[in-house]
Write a protein that binds this ligand. Sequence first.
Ligand code: ATP
Length: 536
Amino acid sequence: AAQTMEQLVSLCKRRGFIFPGSAVYGGLQGTYDYGPLGVELKNNLKFAWWRANVWEREDMEGIDAAILMNKLTWRYSGHEETFVDPMVDCKNCKMRWRADQISGKCPNCASTELTEPRPFNLMFKTQIGPVPDPESFSYLRPETAQGIFVNFKHVLDSTSRKLPFGIAQIGKAFRNEITPRNFIFRVREFEQMEIEFFVRPGEDEGWHKKWVEDRINWWLSVGLSRENLQPYHQKPEELAHYAKATVDLLYRFPHGLEELEGIANRTDYDLGSHSKDQGSLGLKARVSPNSHSTDKLSYFDPETKQHVVPFVIEPSAGVDRGVLALLSEAYAEEQVKPAPADRLKPVEEALGTFLKSVGRNEKIPAQAKEALIAEGERIAQALGERLPSIAGLLSMPGAESIEVAKKLRGQVDPVVDEFYRTVLHFKPHLAPIKVAVLPLKKNHPEIVSTAKSIRRKLQSTGAMRIVYDDTGAIGKLYRRQDEIGTPFCITVDFDTLGEGKDAALKDTVTVRHRDSMAQERVAISELETYLREKMQ
Ligand code: ATP
C-alpha cells in the first residue's frame, strides 16, 4: 500500500490518472480532472458497483436524476437550514477553516486568534433561467439522494415493486467545502454511488445490519483489505438529526483512517419530509410542515391493506474516495533485485545535499518545508526499500525550487530503472487496461503486424481495453505496464513467427503476469478464452 499521498499524487500525474483542475490558469482549488487512465479506473469502479447492486440483485432499480432540482427540494430536505459546517477565520493570516478539523490553532500560521465558529452552508447557489429575478435560483445538488426520494412514486408506479426494494444512482455532487484537501479525498465536485433502500418500519434494523455487511463485502471484492477497512458505529450525539443509526466505513488512507462510505438508517424522514398531507401518514420522524408537495410518498401494502411510509436505509459511497482507496491499496514499490551499496551511496549523498538545501531555502513556506524534510528523512532511513519514493518527494510543493533536485533525480532514475519497479496491484476487473500487446522488435514488420492484429482481434470482443505499445525496449514496456496496473502483457517474438529455435512455438505468444512477473507460452488461438477466465 502507499505510505504517503505524495507517492499517489506523483504517479497519478506522471502516468495520466488524475490531474489538478484548470492547471493552465493556476488551478481551481478542490477540483481534479481524471486523465486517460483515471477515467477507465473510475468507470470500472462505478460499473462494478452498478453490476453488484443493480444487475445482480432482484430488489433494486437504477435511475439517473437531474443535478439541478426545484429549490423547494432543498428547503424540505433540510439542506437550506442544516447543511452547514462550522467555519472560523484566523484573525492573523485571514485564512478560513472548518472548526471541527483544526484544534484551536490556525494550520497556516499557528495563531490561536480565531473567530467564534459560525455556520457556513456548503451548497453552491446558481441562477436558473435568463432573468436574474431573486427567486429564480437553485443549488447544485450536494448529494444524489434527493433525486431518488422525489422519484420514489415514479419508480414504484412504473415497476410495480413491492417492499423491500431499493433505488440506486451514481452521479455528481457539489459541496463548497471550506478547506478542500488530501488530493481527491475532499473536493468541491465529486461523484457518489448511493442507494436508498425502502423497507417496512420495524424491519429497518435488520436491513441496516445486512447492508453494512454487504457493503463491506463489496469493498473487499474490489480489492480493499479487511485490515484497512473499519466499520465505525456513530455515537448517539454524533448522529445527524434524521438518522436512527449510522455506520461509517472507514478506510486507512495515506493521510489517516477516514470515511469512505456512510450507511444510515434515515427512518421515514425523507419520504415524510417531501409528502403532502403529512398529518395522515403516521410518521415516526419529526418533519417540517410541507405546504408545496403535490403527492403523498407512501406505499400501499397489499398484505395489510394499509398505507405506510417506508423507512430508508442509505448506503452512500464516494466514487473519488473509492478511487483513492483502490490506488492506495494497490500501490507498491518493489525491489526486483537488491541494489548494491556502491549504487546506493551516491543517491544517499545527493539526498542529504538536497535536504540540507531545502532546510536553508528561505522561499519555501514553513509548512511545505517541514513536509519535505519529514518525507525526505523517512525515505533516507530505509533507503533500500524506499528509494523509488524520491520521485514523489521531488514532486512535493517547494521541491522544484531547489537547484540540486535535478542532480538528485539524475542519481535516482538509473538505479530505480535497474533495481526497482512500482506496481499497481489492481484486481483485473478494475485495471484501466487489461492487456498490453508488445512487439519484441518494433522495426520488424511481421512482428509488428502480428502484434497489431492480436490487439485488434482481442479488442473486437468488446470485453476489455487492450493497447499496443512499441515505444521502448521490452523491459521498459513491462515496467510501464506494471506502474499503471495492467495485469497481462502479451509479447510477440521470433518464436511466434516460427523463426525461433523451437518450431513448436509458432503461433504462440508470451503472456507475462504483472504480480508474479512469471511468463508462460499461450497459443494465439487460445488467448481470448485464457484472458476471459483470468479476468473473472
Ligand atoms: P465528511 O464528514 O468527510 O465531510 P460526510 O459525512 O459529510 O463526509 P456524506 O454526506 O455522508 O459525507 O456523503 C457520503 C459520501 O460522499 C462520503 O462517505 C464520501 O465518500 C463522499 N463525499 C462527501 N463529501 C465529499 C467530498 N467533499 N469530496 C469527496 N467525497 C465526498
